[in-house]
Design a protein around this ligand. Structure first.
Ligand code: PLP
Length: 487
């Protein structure tokens, strides 16, 4: 029977039988891999997972990926493939598209991107294809950049070199794919960034407007990996329109809050952005993958993601996207998404009332960013001490971080995963207490052997063990995949 009131619903007996049988098959060929699969579930069950970008997908989503849909090549689009016998891939891709357009109210959805980075790359090329001016090209009548001659391409390459993208700076919470150098986006575009207000840590829309007017980007990018507030996308669109830019929103982190109707009106990116990209595996709780939603003007170009920048679509993952999106269309997902946001507020308030400084003094989404400098720690030291105590987080730069992007001064935490386990207000307040106990008991320890001093630390005797036990108690009361028995 499905478990009542579970935030992550599934039938335990059926799922147990499915996994036990699957593991037997895998074990007979490669026991090491079967062992790692068992071990990963045990590890995930036994830690307080606060990584803001991670979640637990349902057994239905996970099982969908282990199928022969993986074996099919299906380059092209639905009903228009470069391979024969793609009817079943057509079916699952269409199902994912239908669920995505209905769930997000989007005119068009492209569900082939293999990851968030791929979704952004598809979006960049689609925007370039639609908006770049081609008057001097010999084949100027071509409908699409893919149809151009080699001579045209040479000219295009020169034109591409002049294009500009404006996104949120990395230390304010932006993502590498928003035009930063280690990513291809930083090589494709001249990049400039907008930050956050020095005092409040909040996005200053008038500064974004002023920067956009001066920089005149082709693409204004909104979205983040570590900004703990919602963004007014109506205002961002107004700014984009004022400077003739395309508004691209990367909602990878908060797609679950959009799907669950926590972010609506001005805070829902889909009606305001020309192009919206996302991952499907974070707050949306689907399989690891990406997706692009767009206005009709960009649909044709977005659909050319394969072969422009993508290889053959992953049929098994598109099918799992369809299953996850179907789950997200259920009323229970809205309850889940609201709980993710409410729990983030409880966690943030629990930390602040115990003296922790949070970037922006709070949260309006699924994540919070702790400034751990008041504990005398780097983000790296704090992350390691928390991990020793059974609490999984990740270190993250804070705005104008004195310790840089590697050691950092911050720790990012999020509520999607533990909310999927059924954690509520009481549990998240206790999590805040445990975090503060560990950080208070941790000190830099330059004398420790090995590694750089910004990574060395010591935890007062007994604290890690005591925290682990308290975490274990909470985890046992809110089991991951309750009743799922691998045999
Ligand atoms: N965009 C944003 C805002 C992200 O936070 C991330 C991943 O952390 C990505 C894109 C990239 O997603 P993926 O790891 O699936 O390529």
């Amino acid at each position: 029977m499905p478990i009542e009131n579970a935030t992550l619903p599934f039938d335990a007996a059926t799922a147990s039988a499915a996994y036990q049988n699957a593991l037997q098959v895998i074990e007979s060929v490669e026991p090491t891999v079967a062992g790692a699969i068992r071990s990963e579930l045990a590890d995930q069950r036994s830690s307080l997972k606060l990584i803001a970008s991670e979640n637990y997908a349902s057994p239905a989503v996970l099982l969908t990926m282990g199928t022969w849909l993986s074996d099919k090549y299906a380059e092209g689009t639905i009903g228009h493939r470069f391979y024969a016998a793609c009817q079943n891939i057509d079916t699952v891709e269409q199902a994912a598209v239908d669920h995505a357009t209905a769930l997000f109210g989007a005119p068009h959805a492209y569900v082939q991107p293999h990851s968030g980075i791929d979704a952004n790359l598809v979006a960049f090329w689609a925007i370039l294809a639609q908006r770049i001016e081609l008057p001097a090209l010999e084949n100027a009548g071509a409908k699409h950049v893919n149809d151009l001659s080699e001579a045209d391409w040479q000219q295009l390459r020169r034109a591409l070199g002049d294009q500009r993208a404006l996104g949120m700076s990395l230390d304010a919470g932006g993502h590498l794919t928003h035009g930063f150098r280690p990513n291809i986006s930083g090589k494709m575009f001249h990049q400039s960034s907008y930050g956050t207000d020095e005092k409040t840590g909040l996005l200053d829309y008038e500064k974004v407007r002023a920067t956009a007017k001066e920089f005149r980007p082709l693409i204004l990018i909104a979205g983040y990996s570590a900004y703990p507030r919602k963004i007014n996308f109506a205002t961002m669109r107004e700014i984009a329109d004022e400077v003739g830019a395309v508004l691209m929103v990367d909602m990878a982190h908060f797609a679950g809050l959009v799907a669950g109707k926590v972010f609506t009106g001005d805070y829902d990116p889909v009606p305001h952005a020309h192009v919206t990209t996302t991952t499907t595996h974070k707050s949306l709780r689907g399989p690891r993958g990406g997706m692009v939603l767009c206005q009709p003007e960009f649909a044709d170009s977005v659909d050319r993601g394969c072969p422009m920048v993508l290889g053959g679509p992953l049929g098994h993952v598109m099918a799992a996207k369809a299953v996850a999106l179907a789950e997200a269309r259920q009323p229970a997902f809205q309850t889940y998404a609201q709980a993710v946001a409410d729990n983030a507020v409880t966690l943030a308030e629990g930390l602040m009332k115990r003296g922790v400084r949070l970037v922006t003094n709070g949260t309006e989404n699924h994540l919070a960013l702790l400034d751990v400098t008041s504990f005398g720690l780097t983000g790296r030291q704090a992350e390691s001490a928390l991990l020793d105590s059974g609490i999984v987080t990740n270190r993250n730069a804070i705005p104008r971080d004195p310790n840089g992007a590697w050691y950092t001064s911050g720790v990012r935490i999020g509520t999607p995963a533990l909310t999927s386990r059924g954690f509520g207000a009481e549990e998240f307040d206790r999590v805040a207490e445990l975090i503060v106990d560990v950080l208070t008991a941790t000190s830099p320890n330059a004398a420790a052997s090995g590694g750089a001093s910004k990574a060395k630390y010591a935890i007062a005797d007994g604290v890690a063990g005591k925290t682990h036990s308290a975490a274990d108690e909470m985890l046992a009361a809110n089991p991951l995949y309750p009743g799922l028995d691998l045999g």
